[in-house]
Design a protein around this ligand. Structure first.
Ligand SMILES: Cc1cc2nc3c(=O)[nH]c(=O)nc-3n(C[C@H](O)[C@H](O)[C@H](O)COP(=O)(O)OP(=O)(O)OC[C@H]3O[C@@H](n4cnc5c(N)ncnc54)[C@H](O)[C@@H]3O)c2cc1C
Length: 477
């Protein structure tokens, strides 16, 4: 009998899994079924059809989904778009979605999987150890399951969901952010990369709005400097493997390597953090106007990408917690910058007094037609509020989750990982369950394992999918 394989979720992670399978003749001995609703089928959530003003926050040459061709996305753009933008440009996320979809179409044409254009609403473990996937219309059993459902529910930190003038989830922006009346004062909660997306979109509308960013810190990410040519000496995979004791390397040691690496390339890290560590608008202005060493630090961190999950899994729980409480926000700040043109737009708006930045948010009071934002020493009134605080990180409160996640957690199929997402064995990516133990042949990929596969961008998802498919089952067929 043919093995039955389900891939639930067809964003970058699901597509990577299917494409990884297509590299082995063994897929022909399988019946493959893929699941995703029509809206995000083949693009995933961030790259779905939307405004071209939303940009990928990495340069095009880092976004290939083909592990054998780093420039696959760049070449696709050359062929399909009337654009002469090169490998170092920041391209629209919708273009990336189109690219992903074309890669999925190629795989579908070759492999002929069954496609179910619905979301799974429940997945159960059967007595025979197989997995049952249910949608509104279907119910099927599988020997092997890849769970690739991506982002958790959107957060609602001020409990404003349901209020008339509150946009709880901003995407797609072309549907949700185009009806504000001329002259409205629009508040964006949060200063992360989503808020920058929204600013770029709203500033390019034919109507004029006043925009306010509202957050606790008032700090933005920096912008991405051009990559520099350097070779890592300390923060290498070899160094990590050589220094493992009982499988672990202390965080202290990794921090020492980080400092040595900066020194090696002539960076005074403490001084750099003093100048740019919080991302306030004066710091962004300074980055735009002066010479910095940020290109070097961003390159050092970028070069660790392919094995960053190995570094994370080499930390003991106590060290991992220490990393998250003391260092992660700075690391993330340096690792996830915005495109330069976004920083220029932001600073120009601040200078023209069309964009305001309010820090120290304490509470938000809904009014009939707007909101009062209480800050540390004053309050501000806003007509519309857009929530840009991002997705939940933790599975531990199933009542706040999307139905499938709630069911999986409720029935002990997925367990919450300390640092976000689901627990899996690494690097095989099989789910770990209190009730069932290691769930053989139940693999979890992508955003849902973000607590383990730190910062899992497109090319990391592809690499991981290739490892799992090749190592764990096709070789045994
Ligand atoms: C706004 C935003 C912008 C981002 N920009 C970048 C960027 O510029 N560069 C970068 O490298 N990373 C970026 N990221 C990170 C991004 O999360 C990853 O690159 C990537 O999208 C993760 O892929 P995924 O397949 O795990 O998740 P997703 O892209 O979320 O895909 C999951 C898919 O599963 C589907 N699904 C969900 N539930 C079910 C269900 N029950 N049944 C069936 N299907 C289901 C979803 O509809 C979706 O299509 C961004 C993230 C966000 C939120």
């Amino acid at each position: 009998m043919k093995k039955r394989i389900a891939i639930v979720g067809m964003g970058p992670a699901g597509i990577s899994v299917l494409r990884a399978m297509s590299q082995y003749d063994a897929y022909q001995a399988c019946q493959i079924v893929i699941y995703n609703n029509t809206q995000t089928f083949g693009t995933g959530m961030p790259y779905q059809k939307d405004s071209d003003l939303l940009l990928i926050n990495q340069t095009a040459d880092t976004m290939s989904i083909d592990p054998n061709n780093k420039l696959d996305f760049v070449n696709w753009v050359k062929e399909h778009k009337d654009s002469n933008q090169g490998p170092k440009s920041f391209l629209p996320r919708t273009w990336y979605g189109e690219y992903l979809k074309s890669k999925l179409d190629e795989a579908i044409e070759k492999m002929h999987p069954e496609i179910i254009y619905e979301d799974a609403r429940a997945i159960r473990v059967q007595e025979d150890g197989r997995y049952q996937v249910e949608t509104d219309q279907t119910s099927q059993s599988f020997d092997i399951l890849h769970l690739c459902i991506g982002h958790l529910a959107y957060q609602d930190p001020y409990n404003l969901r349901g209020h008339n003038n509150y946009i709880h989830h901003p995407y797609p922006v072309q549907e949700k952010l185009t009806t504000f009346p001329e002259g409205s004062h629009i508040g964006i909660i949060g200063t992360g990369l989503t808020s920058i997306d929204l600013m770029r979109f709203l500033r390019n509308q034919p109507k004029h709005y006043d925009l306010s960013f509202i957050s606790r810190s008032g700090g933005f990410s920096l912008y991405r400097e051009p990559e520099t040519d350097l070779t890592l000496r300390y923060l290498t995979l070899e160094n990590l493997e050589k220094n493992r004791k009982n499988g672990f390397v202390p965080l202290e040691k990794m921090i020492e390597w980080f400092r040595l690496e900066c020194q090696e390339h002539g960076v005074d890290f403490d001084r750099l953090v003093e100048r740019f560590g919080t991302g306030t608008t004066p710091q962004l202005r300074e980055q735009l106007e002066t010479q910095t060493d940020l290109d070097i630090v961003q390159t050092i961190i970028g070069k660790m990408d392919p094995y960053i999950a190995d570094y994370m899994t080499a930390l003991k729980v106590s060290d991992r917690r220490l990393f998250y409480s003391e260092y992660e926000s700075l690391f993330h700040h340096l690792r996830a910058p915005m495109p330069k043109q976004s920083a220029e737009r932001l600073i120009e708006g601040v200078d023209n007094q069309e964009i305001f930045v309010y820090a120290g948010i304490q509470s938000i009071e809904p009014l009939e037609d707007g909101f009062t934002i209480q800050l540390a020493n004053k309050s501000v009134t806003i007509d519309y509020l857009i929530n840009a605080t991002g997705h939940e990180m933790s599975l531990s409160e199933p009542e706040r989750q999307l139905p499938l996640i709630a069911q999986l957690v409720d029935e002990y199929i997925l367990e919450a990982e300390y640092n976000g997402g689901a627990q899996v064995i690494w690097p095989s990516a099989e789910a770990v369950s209190q009730k069932y133990g290691i769930l053989n042949n139940f693999y979890v990929h992508g955003q849902l394992v973000q607590g383990i596969q730190y910062g899992n961008s497109a090319h990391l998802l592809m690499q991981q999918a290739t490892k799992v498919v090749a190592l764990d089952y096709f070789k045994n067929f």
